[in-house]
Ligand binder design. Structure first.
Ligand SMILES: *Cc1c(COP(=O)(O)O)cnc(C)c1O
Length: 379
């Protein structure tokens, strides 16, 4: 089955009770047993729920995985992965990381004795210097937020395999429409399904996809033991979202390209960060591991003025100023005052988050309306 069919049919069966084409929302915590242990595969909804199961099958299918697991948020999914580790273990992570992931690693798991190294992975050879016998996991995010850096997944996977270390990839920005990290050698794929997989800004959810039987068993154990599951209503919504992932992504990519090219030519713009430009430092890697370049981009304005950038995001009408990304509607964000406000100015500027940086999640509205909106806000 090809990807555009998998989004709709992958892992799905018509409901056995009445043949419902969409899996019913099984809003139940428990299941009747005819005799102790006499059940139809479902005992208690923290452990299993038929609606969540249908979604987990879809998760597995779209990432070419054997197993899919759904969690109450992206961070709950990451939390489950780190719980595979023990005190004393070490993790090597990309340094340009989603803020919530960084907070979970440093403020929650460091105090349980897990050590994290945050490094640049533009060159996969950099990783080897940090690997020792305690290294158990490499954590990669690509493209990164908000600078749209690209990391070569295959190159990192080669290093991970050579040293027998697990590789997990946060595939939230790219989605499996653009890149499939398991096929490139990763062991675990993670998603904030809140973003493109859900796609409609109406649910918070996380996902893990993987092939290894033993690790899948451990993650299922953690999912049930820790209990950070998602409910059947939310499972239904994300399952519905996935059915249009491929058509939404195609339009996100088209609109992203149009907006990036418009901004590049605008006299008030200094830099546009979008991996589709030939002069993007990792353009060749992006071309080889991604099908297209996605709907996320960032830009800075000449003069690098904090107040002027706040004015721009306030003046945008179709682009809503909001946290999050990946929904059908276009969103804007000002990292220096929003997502990265807690990071000291000198620190955030080292990774490129300067005062005038604006991040756009380009939605699937009409391209002309989006460009006209930017034109009036910049003008
Ligand atoms: C949003 C996001 C997360 C966290 O996911 P939640 O669903 O908000 O918990 C993790 N990684 C990336 C790249 C994200 O954009």
């Amino acid at each position: 089955m090809k990807f555009n069919t998998k989004t709709i049919h992958g892992g799905q069966k018509h409901d056995p009770a009445y043949g419902a084409v969409m899996p019913p929302i099984y809003q139940t915590s428990t299941y009747a047993q005819s005799t102790p242990g006499g059940h139809k595969g479902f005992e208690y909804s923290r452990t299993h729920n038929p609606t969540r199961k249908a979604l987990e099958n879809a998760f597995a299918s779209i990432e070419n995985a054997k197993y899919g697991l759904a969690f109450g948020s992206g961070l709950a999914a990451i939390d489950a992965v780190i719980k595979l580790l023990s005190p004393g273990d070490e993790v090597i992570s990309t340094n340009d990381l989603y803020g919530g992931t960084y907070r979970l690693f440093t403020k929650v798991f460091e105090k349980f004795g897990i050590k994290f190294h945050f490094i640049g992975m533009d060159n996969a050879a950099n990783i080897e210097a940090y690997i020792n016998e305690k290294t158990k996991l490499i954590w990669v995010e690509t493209p990164t937020n908000p600078m749209l850096n690209i990391i070569d997944i295959k190159a990192v996977a080669n290093v991970a395999q050579k040293h027998d270390v697990l590789l997990a990839v946060d595939n939230t920005f790219a989605t499996p429409y653009l890149q499939q990290p398991l096929d490139l050698g990763a062991d675990i794929v993670m998603h904030s399904a809140t973003k493109y997989l859900g796609g409609h800004s109406d649910v918070v959810m996380g996902a893990l996809m993987l092939n290894n039987d033993d690790i899948a068993k451990k993650l299922h154990f953690i999912q049930n033991a820790s209990g950070a599951i998602c409910g059947p209503q939310d499972s239904f919504l994300v399952l519905r979202g996935i059915k249009t992932l491929h058509v939404r992504m195609q339009r996100h990519c088209e609109n992203g390209k149009a907006v990036a090219e418009f901004l590049m030519k605008h006299p008030k713009i200094e830099n546009v960060y979008w991996p589709g430009f030939e002069n993007h430092p990792n353009h060749e890697v992006a071309r080889s591991q991604m099908k297209d370049f996605g709907g996320m981009l960032s830009f800075t304005t000449k003069g690098n003025d904090y107040e002027a950038s706040i004015k721009i995001v306030e003046k945008l009408k179709i682009f809503t100023l909001a946290e999050s990304l990946g929904g059908v509607e276009s969103l804007s964000g000002h990292p220096a005052s929003m997502t990265h406000a807690s990071i000291p100015k000198e620190e955030r500027e080292k990774i490129g988050v300067v005062d005038s940086l604006i991040r756009l999640s380009v939605g699937i509205e009409d391209e002309d309306d989006l460009i006209n909106d930017l034109k009036q806000a910049l003008g």
